[in-house]
Design a protein around this ligand. Sequence first.
Ligand code: ZN
Length: 367
Amino acid sequence: MENFVVSARKYRPDTFQTVVAQASITNTLKNAIKGGQLAHAYLFCGPRGVGKTTCARIFAKTINCTNLSAETEACNECDSCKAFNTNRSFNIHELDAASNNSVDDIRNLTDQVRIPPQMGKYSVYIIDEVHMLSSQAFNAFLKTLEEPPNHAIFILATTEKHKIIPTILSRCQIFDFNRIGVSDISKHLEYVAQRESVDAEIEGLNVIAQKADGAMRDALSIFDQVVSFSGKKITYQDVISNLNVLDYDYYFKLVDQFQKNEVPDVLMTFNEILNHGFDGHHFITGLSNHLRDLLVCKNAETTQLLEVGGETKERYRQQAQSAESGFLLQALQISNECDMQYKASMNKRLLIELSLIRIAQLTLKKK
Ligand SMILES: [Zn+2]
């Protein structure tokens, strides 16, 4: 087997421009570099897998590059950039505070901080998961943070900003990283698929993007998982069966059946879903999401809240047009009630069936 490099590493961005969906942050960092206004400490906050460490590394490389481009990007060709790109640079130090959180670990680091870099202008210290530092370690670190030497820049990264003590917060320039939207993740997966000569259906990539819940790193590892299972061709069906995701076809079908008041068909569809091994609660939250998405499509302005792409979006639009807002709202209320009562219910299947019957009869009364 040829050397397999996981996509999350292989396609890790190496310039600000290639970072996905964090433009406001990368622009601010670039402007600071361009204007020569670097802070001594930065705090990168946000959920996992959205590019905090990646941006920290790009930042470290860029401020040490000897031949910055007009767009304030690292050249990737000078000695310093080459050292960075092959993980040989002495200008970057990374500490994972999740596993190195003692006072001694921090002392080792602060001892190093005093030594000026042999090459390049700055030594960058990245402390990942900084909220994991013990309180003693925090205090030991605070001294260095109060009087850092000119060549030292700290980038602290955390998924839990609220756990950082105020004395640290007040000394950092804070950047909040966003969850990455489904369409941005999808687009990036499309790019990776192309580069890997994988023929992938957009709908399939959308499911992966949804499953990743805003984290690009997760999206890429799920992508790898699906590729190892399905090979160079990925279909929507492959993805949902591999990831055990309920096919949204069922929801489209159910809403059609609801509107035609076809109670027996509705119950048979639900039975089929259970027979495929899907959990009832999972089904009902999925139904609520589907109804919510249809409501969102009722209005041109809110349609952008719909996190699906291409043909699927059109399908949502069409089904939304066929349904009245009043019906969708009532149906959503019923499925939401069902969702809330689900855990306490002694007969869960009956609870869902009753809810489905009520929804299927909503439009009946008017006729
Ligand atoms: Zn360079």
